[in-house]
Ligand binder design. Structure first.
Ligand code: PGA
Length: 254
């Protein structure tokens, strides 16, 4: 597929996979995906599997991401994980502001922005998620919600930092529901976000930022979604938990 930006497809394993299961999965992925160069491929295991997965993918084309990170560098923050700890395992990407964390951990745009700054300070790349609920879409609030979340979560980033940031458009109603956004809905939201980046930063930055789509991406819909001009990859939940389905998403996107 001829794309303006290199596709980046990441698997968000969420709270799944023991270390043994995680190793099974990456061994399968290495077989499925050896030789793929056209797409940046990332797996985001739970923290407990980062160490072993990191070793298992050392000699591969798969990169490592984390699902969250503290906004603090060190200290008395029980249960939190700092950037230097992730860097020990060669983590390159950190998912921030996933709708599940916004909902269950009450993460705000202001907190996500602090985390984004900490991620960049550590020379890691954030994958920052935004997306509307079904009620917000039905109430014609989609663009307003995306603008509020993007302006809040990306606040204070420099142009250079923004160019190295990945955005993920994840309509909440499409996550884990089997209900994918139509290609037109996805393209519209992505184009809106890119236009907003142009206003917030500049056109060069807007053209560089990769915007992933997330929400029930599977092998059968990946190609059509990725063929949209402003869709630059995918953040995959359920279908990233098996080597065959994640591998097929990537192969079908090339
Ligand atoms: P899903 O999850 O692919 O299972 O819908 C996507 C996500 O939450 O990132």
């Amino acid at each position: 597929m001829n794309k303006e930006r290199k596709l980046i497809i990441a698997g968000n394993w969420k709270m799944n996979k023991t270390v043994a299961e995680a190793l099974d999965l990456v061994h399968g992925l290495k077989l499925e995906l050896s030789g793929v160069k056209e797409v940046d491929m990332v797996v985001c295991p739970p923290f407990t599997a980062l160490s072993e997965v990191s070793k298992a993918i050392l000699d591969s084309n798969i990169r490592l991401g984390a699902q969250n990170m503290s906004e603090h560098n060190v200290g008395a923050y029980t249960g939190e994980i700092a950037a230097v700890m992730l860097k020990e395992f060669s983590v390159r990407y950190v998912i921030l502001g996933h709708s599940e964390r916004r909902q269950y951990q009450k993460e705000s745009d202001a907190l996500i922005s602090k985390k984004a700054h900490a991620v960049h300070a550590a020379s890691l790349k954030p994958i920052i998620c935004v997306g509307e609920t079904l009620a917000e879409r039905e109430d014609n609030q989609t663009e307003k919600v995306l603008e509020t979340q993007a302006r809040g979560s990306l606040a204070g980033l420099s142009k250079e930092q923004m160019a190295e940031t990945i955005l993920a458009y994840e309509p909440v109603w499409a996550i884990g529901t089997g209900k994918t956004a139509t290609t037109a809905q996805a393209q519209d939201a992505h184009a809106f976000l890119r236009g907003l980046l142009g206003k917030m930063f500049d056109e060069t930055v807007a053209r560089r930022v990769r915007i992933q789509y997330g929400g029930s991406v599977k092998a059968s819909n990946a190609r059509e979604l990725m063929s949209q001009p402003d869709v630059d990859g995918a953040l995959v939940g359920g279908a990233s938990l098996e080597a065959r389905s994640f591998g097929d998403i990537i192969k079908n996107s090339i």
